[in-house]
Design a protein around this ligand. Structure first.
Ligand code: BGC
Length: 616
């Protein structure tokens, strides 16, 4: 059963080799120079700006949080975002997203300097807020592909779909190195292995930003959440019941070896923005940590782009908002994600400068960094179009984009068990029974950060193929495909495919103390078991779950992670059109008391080691 096991040490060596090969063939992005090469232009503009205009550039408000649309010009806002639950007021369509972008962008023309907005969204697995976009597997699945070229291609396509709505910035990739599966954001990370996170994080950045930031098909990437987001201790979240936004209690050597590791690669790949983490390091919020933001990131690692605070993160630093602003800006925060309280931010930061608490040199440094990026993006060019490139809309959610997502799905699947060669299935079987509440459920297949922030079960988006539909499309005309969500009525079928797993969740809400398969899912398998036929289990989850007896009951088991809209990729592997190639990017624990368990731990006796994955 463990023939495909690759020793941790061998695998890490392989990761390193992949890394070297990928970066030797890829030169540093052929942008029209380093970010600081735009300083002459940035400095000239800076010299003409008032304090108010500078502070405005440092603010990112939320489209739905704007008190008045004219605040864009009144406060000289530098940026706007739409977070996971913020749809355009007219509705969630490609056209309305585009119109919203254009109508807000237009407001900058009413300011003296007419500096265009950078507009950001969380396009973390495709342009996932917009109905009809292709939804790619979440990063955990991409980690199992071990395929940086593919991850780069996904970034390239995501950039084109985002640009189709005019938007030029995504808060991605997440280069967290999750160490504890109870964390609800585990799936946002590529791996528990820092090297794999560095390799794939850099590949994603190269795809999103392209060879040149100035290209109308590139968008800004944002490596997040700096630093240690994946290393928080269970029980250190604000409410003490989870780990999201909690505290990382490790020494500096460990912080650097595990959590900082992806950042030099991200910077080398050209990441123009980085988002400091909500979490703390030994009790100090990262957003307030001058050593981490300025000394390490900007001075030691030479990061020339700008830092964008996480959503309302500054408020967590001190109960007095004004004090919090002073601490964060002085620590090195360049732009503030202030969805609703941007007016106060504006007033307080101005006072802080006038009182001498925040030096003018810090404001200039922050604004220079923001302007560098705007120059590098071509936003400051004469004739920069404030309109979206509507020609790109033809390919939005297109078949060509879906083909790449389908490839990503099949490469991300990890075959954990295949007793008696249950897989691949025959397309000519007389009858296949499909069961489980996730078999025909696009929402469960896509997970969190899909149309809404937390995601939702059911037909969450337009277009997409569930596993049930994919199986129906793949089998021969003579094959009968039956379905029951509870696993009953499987008697007489040749084989059952049972699709189970987690319901969608995202940050905070996904923290869980118990990662066992739900009772409801176990019952489905028990029901199918009564039919006495071979069982193939397909598991949707944002992390390894405790399999318990499910592993014994299943004849074959595939970890499918959160594959997104292209369920056909699962049928490709189930029916042997493609052999499974995915390898675990996380160690798979036997029981809850083994968590956290990670590569390099001693003793290291997980159920399935890091790098495990069978094939046919
Ligand atoms: C998350 C970030 C995200 C931001 C904007 C925060 O709650 O931590 O990952 O980019 O919201 O939506």
């Amino acid at each position: 059963m463990r023939q495909a096991w690759i020793s941790c040490r061998v695998f890490s060596a392989q990761s390193a080799l992949l890394f070297a090969v990928f970066f030797l063939v890829q030169s540093v992005p052929g942008r029209s120079g380093s970010l600081s090469s735009y300083d002459p232009q940035a400095n000239q503009l800076l010299a003409r700006m008032t304090l108010e205009e500078k502070i405005g550039q440092m603010i990112q408000a939320e489209s739905t949080g704007l008190i008045k649309i004219s605040d864009i010009e009144t406060y000289y806002l530098g940026s706007i975002l739409n977070s996971g639950d913020a749809d355009p007021p007219s509705g969630n369509t490609l056209e309305y997203w585009t119109e919203q972008y254009e109508s807000l962008q237009k407001r900058t023309q009413y300011t003296r300097l007419k500096i265009p907005l950078l507009y950001g969204v969380d396009a973390v697995h495709g342009h996932n807020n917009v109905l009809g976009a292709v939804i790619f597997p979440h990063n955990i699945g991409l980690g199992c592909t071990r395929n940086p070229e593919l991850v780069r291609e996904i970034g390239r396509i995501t950039a084109r779909e985002v640009r189709a709505t005019g938007i030029q910035w995504t808060f991605a990739p997440c280069v967290a190195v999750p160490q504890d599966e109870r964390w609800g954001r585990t799936y946002e990370g590529f791996s528990e292995d820092p090297q794999l996170c560095a390799l794939l994080g850099a590949a994603a950045i190269r795809g999103l930003q392209g060879d040149d930031l100035r290209s109308p098909y590139s968008i800004l990437a944002c490596a997040k959440h700096y630093v240690g987001d994946g290393g928080t201790l269970f029980g250190t979240s604000e409410d003490g019941r989870g780990l999201d936004q909690g505290d990382v209690r490790v020494d500096e050597e460990t912080l650097r070896r595990i959590h900082l590791h992806p950042y030099p690669a991200a910077i080398q790949a050209g990441a123009a923005t980085i988002m400091p983490s909500y979490s703390s390091w030994n009790g100090v919020k990262c957003s307030a940590n001058r050593y981490l933001l300025t000394k390490v990131l900007k001075e030691e690692l030479g990061f020339e782009g700008f830092l964008i605070s996480d959503y309302n993160a500054i408020h967590q630093v001190h109960p007095d908002f004004k004090v919090a602003i002073g601490i964060c800006v002085n620590a090195g925060m360049d732009m503030a994600m202030e969805p609703n309280r941007y007016r106060e931010f504006f007033v307080y930061l101005k006072e802080l400068v006038e009182e001498g608490t925040v030096p003018m040199s810090r404001i200039d440094d922050a604004v220079r960094r923001i302007l560098r990026v705007k120059y590098a993006m071509g936003l400051m060019d004469k004739g920069y179009s404030l309109k979206a490139n509507r020609r790109l809309q033809k390919e939005f959610g297109s078949e060509a984009h879906r083909r790449v997502a389908r490839q990503a799905v099949r490469e991300s699947l990890v075959l954990l068990k295949n007793k008696n060669q249950t897989l691949p299935l025959s397309k000519k079987a007389a009858r296949i029974h499909v069961a489980g509440r996730s078999a025909d459920n696009l929402g469960n297949q896509c997970g969190g950060w899909t149309i809404t922030w937390q995601g939702q079960s059911g037909p969450v988006t337009l277009n997409g193929t569930t596993v049930l539909t994919a199986i129906r499309r793949t089998v021969s005309e003579q094959t009968l495909v039956t379905y029951s969500d509870d696993g009953k009525r499987a008697e007489g079928a040749d084989v059952a495919v049972v699709v189970i797993g987690e319901r969608p969740y995202a940050e905070g809400y996904g923290d869980r103390e118990n990662l066992e398969i739900s009772r409801e899912d176990k019952r489905v398998i028990e029901n199918v078991k009564k039919a006495g036929i071979p069982i193939v289990v397909v598991l949707f989850s944002g992390r390894p779950l405790i399999l318990g007896e499910v592993l014994d009951q299943a004849d074959a088991l595939i970890a499918a992670w959160l594959p997104g809209t292209e369920g056909q990729g699962i049928a490709d592997v189930l029916f042997g059109d493609y052999k499974p190639t995915g390898k675990l990017s996380f160690s798979w624990p036997k029981s809850m008391d083994q968590i956290p368990i990670n590569l390099g731990d001693k003793p290291y006796e997980p159920l399935f080691e890091y790098g495990y994955g069978l094939t046919y």
